[in-house]
Design a protein around this ligand. Structure first.
Ligand code: FES
Length: 98
């Protein structure tokens, strides 16, 4: 499964295994992706999924708590919660609030 990651300055297309989170992939492949808690509460890892949302898990409880419904509708996820589930291309762009 190919995941295209766009961090602050580094962009990279990487291979993913099932259940890898976007944040795990970014860290493993040296993509400069902000994060703090890794538990779905700080939202520092927020990203926008530009392609392949259907290939990720459904939003977790933490995401439903932390993100506004409009953000979810507009393709925003928390990278520490969004995990790869199916074959195909996924494009994730780091989009923190600040
Ligand atoms: S790292 Fe804190 S919400 Fe993802």
């Amino acid at each position: 499964m190919a995941v295209e990651l766009k961090g602050r300055r580094v962009s990279r297309t990487v291979d993913a295994a099932a259940d890898d989170t976007i944040l795990q992939l970014a860290l493993k492949h040296d993509v400069d992706w902000g994060f703090n808690c890794t538990r779905g509460t700080c939202a520092r890892c927020r990203c926008r999924i530009d392609s392949g949302m259907e290939r990720l898990n459904a939003p977790t409880e933490a995401e439903l708590d932390r993100l506004e419904p409009e953000e979810l509708e507009n393709g925003f996820r928390l990278a520490c919660q969004a995990a790869v589930k199916a074959e195909g291309t996924i494009i994730a762009v780091w989009k923190p609030y600040f």
